[in-house]
Design a protein around this ligand. Structure first.
Ligand code: PLP
Length: 423
């Protein structure tokens, strides 16, 4: 077969972009070569509908072993009792959980997207807001912290079937015990979506949702540093059927309902090459090297937040417990969109993000979101966070000066050259 130069040249270009740039998008990371190797392996050729040992296809003996190892490693990593590693993404994992636990029209209570929540937690443009009746809690304007009083008040008033915690742009830890207590009071299930902080939770650097929340979902490609994908887990509530019934009216264990909500409920064949890569990444995440990495992610997050604050940047909630930092740019007279574009010109990649109580649209926004998961993988330490923040500040102050942005871009390349990625 003739090599597809068009695509491989573009992939080389993408690698070059990743090598040269400063990747500050909080949801991104760089996987190891062995994770990439597994993701690009022969397992992509295999159909394996079903679960290990219970497949609808022949020839699954090897992928059964791979998927079993992925499950066992995930259980060990998170102290989980039950895991499904098949969701193709975080959104797929949440879709499967809702399909298993809810009926169309049921009420759900999630963290407001415009305050930092995720689309799949009830946004009207997402299945979760279209199929179910969404209600929301947010953060307190004065503190930027989750308004737990509001969460409880809305829960008591609406009596949702499911309370969802977790976020895409929230820099603080969660009080899972409180949320479970509220849920028990109103008879709701709790879904914790730990997509962003999963790696920090796995290694004990943030509160653990598994002892409190009925179901936990995560992506595998953010702080966990695995391939792009999703996963569903359960802890102590694994055996609790909650009277949830199949369409035929049989009461079944929650885990069995979740398995069948993944396949055949929302997906077809699992991506066994990605599951192999998840297994490799979970193995890495259990290692001492990863522990050092994830501790550094948190330290770098704190150092970056301090450096930004020192330069007069307004950080929502005043800091970060994980690594994610949501910067309100309103005192800097620049929109999130303009900041993202100018930083992009200097090869610093961030995403524009709404800040709580934003008066601008999601296409413009008043803020940007940054994180330290990817740059920490490259080897950056606390002392480099000041350099990076100085570069960000130069861009913000010179965002309309093409010549200055070009100069800053050179400085970015000089910095990233010292921390080679794959080359
Ligand atoms: N849940 C949360 C909290 C997220 O931040 C994200 C992605 O950013 C997702 C779910 C969706 O993950 P995916 O993009 O893999 O569908």
């Amino acid at each position: 077969m003739k090599r597809d130069k068009l695509i491989f040249n573009l992939l080389d270009e993408e690698q070059d972009r990743q090598e040269k740039g400063l990747e500050l998008i909080a949801s991104e990371n760089f996987v190891s070569k062995q994770v990439m190797e597994a993701a690009g392996s022969v397992a992509t050729n295999k159909y394996a509908e079903g679960l290990p040992g219970k497949r609808y296809y022949g020839g699954c003996e090897v992928v059964d072993e791979i998927e079993t190892i992925a499950i066992e490693r995930a259980k060990q990593l998170f102290n989980a009792v039950w895991v499904n590693v098949q969701p193709h993404s975080g959104a797929q994992a949440n879709a499967a959980v809702m399909l298993a636990c809810l009926q169309p029209g049921d009420k759900i209570l999630g963290f407001d997207l415009s305050h930092g929540g995720h689309l799949t937690h009830g946004s009207p443009v997402n299945f979760s807001g279209k199929l179910y009746e969404p209600h929301f809690y947010g953060v307190k304007q004065e503190t930027g912290l989750i308004d737990y009083d509001q969460l409880k008040a809305v829960a008591l008033e609406q009596r949702p079937k499911m309370i969802i915690c977790g976020a895409s742009a929230y820099s603080r830890d969660w009080d899972y015990a409180f949320i479970r207590a509220v849920a028990d009071e109103v008879g709701a299930l709790v879904l914790a979506d730990i997509s962003h902080p999963a790696g920090l939770i796995a290694r004990g650097l943030l509160s653990d949702p598994l002892p409190h929340c009925h179901i936990v979902t995560t992506t595998t490609h953010k702080t966990l540093r695995g391939p792009r994908g999703g996963m569903i887990m359960m802890g102590q509530d694994f055996e609790n059927p909650w009277g949830l019934k199949t369409p035929k009216g049989e009461v079944r264990m929650m885990s069995a309902l979740l398995d069948s909500a993944v396949f055949p409920g929302t997906q077809g064949g699992p991506l066994e090459h990605i599951i192999a890569a998840k297994a490799v990444a979970f193995g890495e995440a259990l290692s001492d090297d990863y522990m050092k990495y994830i501790v550094q992610v948190k330290k770098n997050g704190a150092a970056m937040a301090k450096a930004l604050t020192d330069l007069g940047y307004n950080i929502i909630s005043g800091g970060t417990d994980n690594h994610l930092i949501l910067i309100d740019l309103r005192n800097k007279n620049i929109t999130g969109k303009a900041a993202e574009e100018a930083l992009g010109e200097a090869d610093i990649t961030v995403n524009k993000n709404m800040v709580p109580f934003d008066d601008r649209s999601p296409f413009v926004t008043s803020g940007i979101r940054v994180g330290t998961a990817a740059i920490t993988t490259r080897g950056f330490k606390e002392k480099h966070m000041e350099d990076i923040v100085a570069l960000i500040d130069s861009v913000i102050n010179n965002h309309d000066k093409e010549h200055s942005l070009k100069k800053i871009r050179k400085q970015v390349h000089l910095l990233t050259e010292k921390f080679p990625l794959y080359k």
